[in-house]
Design a protein around this ligand. Structure first.
Ligand code: C5P
Length: 406
């Protein structure tokens, strides 16, 4: 899925960002794609074809009249073999030629002769990007069904700061993965909680659960790739928001997470576009200190230990499952024993149709995991894999149940 197993023609045109196309080549390969590089003459002024040839192990094509293609029709041969063409960086000039359907060089001809999807990652200085001619051309590309990825804003090679920088290679790969993935959640609204909660005792202390947030964030990214509109409510974690997530709300306590979740559900219901799915991945603290001390609790002498009283936190998942109507609710469980029995108990106790249990204890902070997916009648084991891969499998498990009668 995504770019994995895809044959991608990477077109490199003339721009300083061409040096990043070498990193992009590597990132695409790491994501499982096979990369064939085609450059414009201007592109070769910035990075030599030998760099890409060494990275891909494939000859790099520049010239329309390249004698290495036996039938003399490099544009047909190369585009026929491709699952997608990606132009990164795409210069203002190349974008203009695409918008006009010109075939001035091999890369432009290839784009014109293609049957596969085409994406461009613009890279140019701020004035060139903002120029109405470029904006017209970009609009034309969008109208023609070409995917425009970025650009980003930030420091530019010309010394200016502004819109026009090419997206970073990792972000381009994420965007392409999303664009090329099947869309089983297209048009669906998904709300996800992730990370731990933190319940303060005083200004410097608190209790929390162990959770890196990685699984929840991976799921948010996978839902975006599956076409969903995703809102992420996150406890304190140090993770970047996955590409394409519509909104991220940072919270600290369970009560704040509960309130943020219900506010989101209410607002969407009001707008007559309610959430279809709620996925509770957060490791919510079950209790919080009954009282909060505004001042740091002093350590007076070695003998006296403060007596903390606790009070129950709201069960966010159960409260969402009890709404009428409720979104399709998915819970997570970290059990230490009798996984299936405890999992089934939890399905019933929380009133939810699907529960995902971690197999094994030490999943915290790791990049891989092993899961058991339980619904009212069946169980599916998802073998150990990186969390982002498991996330994609889980999305599939969720999506195929959405259309079943509940
Ligand atoms: O009850 P337990 O903590 O084992 O249940 C775990 C599941 O319930 C997870 O999906 C977690 O996100 C959710 N949960 C919640 N609010 C709580 C406790 C757990 O949403 N207060």
């Amino acid at each position: 899925m995504g770019v994995s197993g895809k044959r991608i023609v990477l077109g490199v045109t003339g721009g300083v960002a061409a040096y990043k196309a070498a990193v992009l080549t590597r990132e695409l390969q790491r994501a499982g794609a096979q990369v064939q590089v085609v450059m414009t003459e201007a592109g070769t002024r910035f990075v030599g074809p030998a760099t890409f040839q060494a990275l891909t192990g494939e000859p790099v094509f520049v010239d329309q009249w390249d004698a290495r293609i036996v039938n003399g029709m490099a544009h047909i041969e190369l585009s026929r073999a491709a699952d997608a063409i990606v132009i990164a960086p795409a210069s203002a000039d190349f974008i203009a030629s695409l918008a006009q359907g010109r075939a001035g060089d091999l890369l432009a001809t290839l784009c014109l002769a293609r049957e596969c999807p085409l994406a461009v990652a613009p890279a140019m200085n701020r004035q060139m990007w903002e120029n109405p001619a470029t904006q017209r051309n970009i609009q034309q590309l969008r109208n023609d069904g070409i995917e425009v990825v970025g650009p980003d804003s930030g420091d530019q090679a010309c010394g200016e700061t502004g819109m026009g920088r090419m997206l970073e290679p990792e972000a381009i790969v994420e965007a392409l993965a999303s664009w090329l993935s099947p869309k089983p959640l297209l048009g669906k609204r998904v709300l996800i909680t992730a990370g731990p909660t933190f319940e303060p005792i005083d200004p410097v202390r608190g209790i929390t659960n162990r959770s890196s947030g990685k699984m929840g964030f991976a799921l948010a990214g996978a839902c975006v790739q599956a076409g969903a509109e995703v809102t992420l409510v996150a406890g304190p974690v140090s993770l970047d928001t996955p590409w394409g997530v519509r909104q991220r709300i940072n919270v600290q306590t369970a009560q704040q997470m509960h309130d943020a979740v219900h506010r989101q559900l209410d607002a969407a219901a009001h707008a007559a576009h309610p959430h279809d799915v709620f996925i509770a991945v957060a490791a919510v603290a079950d209790w919080r200190p009954a009282s909060y001390s505004d001042a740091k609790i002093k350590k007076t002498d070695a003998q006296s230990v403060p007596q903390l009283q606790f009070t129950q936190n709201p069960d966010i998942l159960a409260s969402v499952a009890a709404r009428k109507p409720a979104p399709y609710c998915v819970g997570f469980a970290a059990e230490s024993d009798s996984l299936e029995r405890h999992g089934r108990d939890k399905l019933i106790r929380k009133g939810i149709p699907l529960l995902v249990a971690n197999i094994g204890h030490e999943t915290f902070g790791r990049d891989d995991n092993e899961l058991l997916v339980l619904d009212g009648s069946s169980q599916t084991r998802l073998a150990r894999a990186p969390k982002h891969e498991l996330a994609r499998e889980l999305v599939h498990e969720i999506a195929r149940r959405l259309d079943l009668p509940r």
